[in-house]
Design a protein around this ligand. Structure first.
Ligand SMILES: Nc1ncnc2c1ncn2[C@@H]1O[C@H](COP(=O)(O)OP(=O)(O)OP(=O)(O)O)[C@@H](O)[C@H]1O
Length: 296
């Protein structure tokens, strides 16, 4: 994996209260990393430290092994939690202006802004003042502002909050395109269903401590219980009496069970002895289940 951003041993306190404790994780280019945690867990504080808006008390953040400086941070795009567009400027003017601040030429800033607004289905509102837009459209404008200079690292604080499902799909597609083009994308969210669908890697934080981090599929594997689902041709109630099996759910021909001892193949054979088996396989935990388990 092509790790580009490394957060290593970061501590941060506000007054007496330590809100980040030895926070370490990595973000890879070409991948979407979901940063998940309850309200107040420390996501925004971590992101602000990555962006240099806030200093760490201890620990380091490095980009391709180098300490961050202004030049490197210019290659980052940030969508902060407190949305900060000027209400009385048009969407187009504003994003062009932000692109110019990031070093783009006038024509390039305009071209990129128009292409982004088109892609985010906001081109029809380009000349409207930001304050006239719905909250969802203001959010899309914020996302365009974070993307306009084609950053190598995108840091997005709750980019999906307040978006309807179609808008979520649109933004997801845009972020995927950025990752496919080689950008590293770190986004926070408390919408576990969206994170589950979207991210390649996961970082789970609770009370300022990283509880789990890594490839989403590997984490699902790591936290998997010996749980199986089966669909047979007739009532599956006989599973109740099979040694080593604890039924979790039984619905006629479908059952979910935990295997406390013995082999899954023995259960499959027992099922085949009784008739046809239409489906049989392990059940991987959902992100919500992993989250519940690691934040306890
Ligand atoms: N400037 C500050 N001064 C004092 N406390 C702060 C400050 N910023 C954040 N905190 C506290 O630090 C903790 C972590 O906050 P942070 O905003 O990083 O969490 P979060 O995971 O982003 O939560 P949310 O999803 O609610 O935004 C919270 O208890 C918050 O009250």
């Amino acid at each position: 994996m092509n790790t580009v951003l490394t957060v290593d041993g970061v501590d941060r306190s506000f007054g007496e209260r330590q809100v980040l404790k030895d926070v370490s994780f990595t973000v890879a280019a070409g991948r979407l990393t979901g940063f998940v945690g309850a309200n107040g867990a420390g996501k925004t504080t971590t992101m602000r430290i990555i962006l240099g808006v806030l200093a760490a008390d201890a620990g380091t953040v490095t980009w391709r092994g180098e300490p961050l400086d202004r030049g490197i941070r210019q290659r980052f795009g940030y969508m902060p939690e407190e949305r900060g567009l000027y209400p009385k400027m048009s969407v187009l003017e504003q994003i062009v202006y932000l692109g110019r601040l990031q070093g783009l030429g006038a024509a390039e800033a305009r071209d990129r802004t128009m292409a982004l607004l088109e892609r985010l289905e906001l081109a029809g509102r380009a000349d409207d003042h930001v304050q006239k837009l719905s909250l969802g459209n203001q959010q899309r404008a914020q996302i365009a502002a974070a993307l306009v200079h084609d950053p190598e690292l995108l840091v997005l604080d709750e980019p999906f909050s307040g978006l309807d499902p179609l808008a979520v799909d649109n933004v997801v597609a845009v972020l995927r395109e950025r990752a496919a083009a080689g950008a590293a994308v770190l986004f926070s969210s408390h919408q576990l269903d969206v994170v589950e669908r979207l991210c390649d890697d996961l970082v789970i934080i609770a009370d300022g401590t990283i509880r789990a981090a890594g490839d989403r599929a590997a984490l699902r594997e790591q936290y998997a219980l010996p749980r199986y689902a089966i669909e047979v041709g007739a009532d599956a109630g006989w599973l109740r009496d099979l040694p080593g099996v604890t039924l979790v759910d039984l619905d006629g021909r479908n059952a979910v069970f935990d295997l406390d001892s013995g082999s899954d193949q023995d259960v499959l054979r027992a099922a085949l002895d009784r008739g046809p088996v239409h489906a049989f396989g392990p059940v991987r935990p959902s992100l919500a289940e992993i989250f519940r388990e690691v934040v306890q």
